[in-house]
Design a protein around this ligand. Structure first.
Ligand code: GDP
Ligand code: IMO
Ligand code: MG
Length: 427
């Protein structure tokens, strides 16, 4: 069997958690391949909203195994809180969750370094989630990091202390940055104890064995393609490969083992944190989108910047990921508008571009829009795409023609049930 992949095509928060949850009954295993608690994946069913950060979004379905892959970075403190939040829902964590021994650990000092680095950048800050993601991946590539497997070593405390000393040395260069590490450490070691009590495995061996045995695996991405460390809007990106290739390195599966690639996007566009956003709306329309879409960060609560859909960026993301099918999210949010705009090109110094140029920071980009008629109909009760208003069908057909990939799922609300399969193409 092959690994199907689900990942975000924009700047994150496309609705990955919801669609992974919807697709989970078709799979035996859901495996997160990168990112860490900077992610906030929301699932809604039976009137309850759940937000997951490190744990894969298949966790609420029975008889499905959830894998935290080697590409993920884990903060034991946040992880423990996530596990505790699951307690009322009768989930057998020992049976349904396994963790790669190669996944790296976020130390309290990584969080401090993230905060110190952002403070030092001032108005040029990345707008990081302050979860220690950048410093942890830096230690991974710098070959200093601590991994889940290390917690079982009798020398773990020693290794921890050596890395902390290094971090303290760096923090000394951040004049005026105050912290109290001893306040943060007890929760960290409590989280480590919890991790120790769970199933930590060589997940790359396990996943390949399971694939050989015919098991179906869905890889769950975090963040989005435009936040990818190589292909995103650098330096305003996260520190991991959020793209399909990240599945191979983040789970240990070969490129030849990749099956369908499900790219997920909002019917418009949002971004949290700093960095370029060509179609961003600074006016009342942007405010309306934020209000209607409840666009506030699932992890940090920050208001998300909002704008119209951006085809040059989406086409780029589809190319980089080899997307084979698309899920379009939050179509219901656009119901309030008479006219819906789609950015088809960027105009830069009088020239038209249909792709994202190398450096879009600090230059004036004028989005060129095509206008489509809005549907002005509540979609949230819709249970069949065939009954959708003609204008929505036109919007979908237009996007499919432009993007050259079928939209197989259309989402019309946050609940599991508010998910429409699109025509006979659907899975
Ligand atoms: P993720 O990080 O990609 O999993 O996305 P988030 O959970 O951070 O953000 C998506 C938000 O939109 C969450 O609050 C979801 O509950 C919500 N959501 C998902 N799909 C839809 C939809 O089709 N319509 C509406 N109105 N909300 C949605
Ligand atoms: P999910 O998985 C949206 C953004 C941050 C910041 C930049 C770097 O829920 O889609 P980091 O903490 O990674 O160093 O922050 O990336 N960011 C996200 N934005 N959704 C996310 O995850 C994000 N994870 C990081 O806002 O701009
Ligand atoms: Mg999110």
């Amino acid at each position: 069997m092959k690994v199907d992949v689900l990942l975000g095509l924009q700047w994150g928060d496309e609705g990955k958690g919801k669609i992974v949850d919807v697709l989970t009954p078709q799979y035996d295993i859901i495996a997160r391949f990168q990112g860490g608690p900077n992610a906030g994946h929301t699932l809604e069913f039976e009137g309850i909203k759940h937000v997951l950060h490190t744990i894969p979004s298949g966790i609420f379905r029975k008889n499905v195994l959830n894998v935290i892959g080697n590409g993920v970075v884990i903060d034991p403190v946040i992880f423990q809180k996530e596990i505790e939040k699951l307690a009322p829902f009768n989930i057998d964590i020992q049976k349904n969750l396994v963790i790669s021994r190669r996944a790296h650990l976020i130390l309290p000092t990584h969080r401090l370094l993230d905060a110190a680095s952002e403070a030092a950048k001032g108005k040029n800050k990345i707008g990081s989630t302050l979860k220690g993601i950048g410093p942890t991946y830096m230690d991974k590539t710098g070959r200093n990091g601590l991994r889940v497997g290390d917690i079982f070593s009798p020398r773990f405390r020693e290794k921890y202390q050596a890395l902390v000393e290094k971090h303290i040395g760096i923090l000394k260069h951040h004049e005026g940055f105050e912290y109290n590490l001893s306040e943060l450490e007890p929760a960290f070691f409590e989280g480590i104890n919890l991790l120790k009590s769970l199933t930590c495995i060589d997940s790359e061996l396990f996943l390949n064995q399971e694939l050989k045995a015919g098991k179906k695996v869905l890889a769950e991405g975090a963040q989005g393609t435009l936040l990818d460390i190589d292909f995103g809007s650098y330096p305003f990106v996260t520190s991991s490969n959020t793209i399909t290739a990240g599945t191979c390195t983040g789970l240990g599966v070969a490129p030849t083992k990749i099956g369908s690639v499900i790219g997920i996007f909002k019917a418009y566009c949002t971004r949290v944190g700093s960095g370029p956003f060509p179609t961003e709306l600074h006016d009342e329309t942007g405010e309306e989108m934020r209000r209607e879409g409840n666009e506030f960060g699932s992890t940090t609560g920050r208001p998300r910047r909002c704008g119209w859909i951006d085809l040059p960026a989406l086409k780029y993301a589809i190319m980089i990921n080899g997307v084979t099918e698309l899920s379009m999210m939050k179509a219901d949010v656009l119901s309030i508008f008479d006219t819906i705009k789609v950015c088809t090109h960027y105009e830069i110094e009088g020239k038209l571009y249909d792709y994202m140029p190398y450096d879009i920071e600090g230059i004036e980009i004028k989005p060129v829009y095509k206008e489509l008629k809005g549907w002005k109909t509540d979609l949230t009760q819709l249970d069949d795409i065939n009954s959708a208003p003609a204008e929505l069908k036109e919007y979908i057909s237009y996007l499919e023609a432009e993007l050259e990939v079928p939209i197989t799922v259309v989402s019309v609300g946050p609940d599991r049930k508010q998910t429409l399969k699109n025509l006979e193409l659907s899975r």
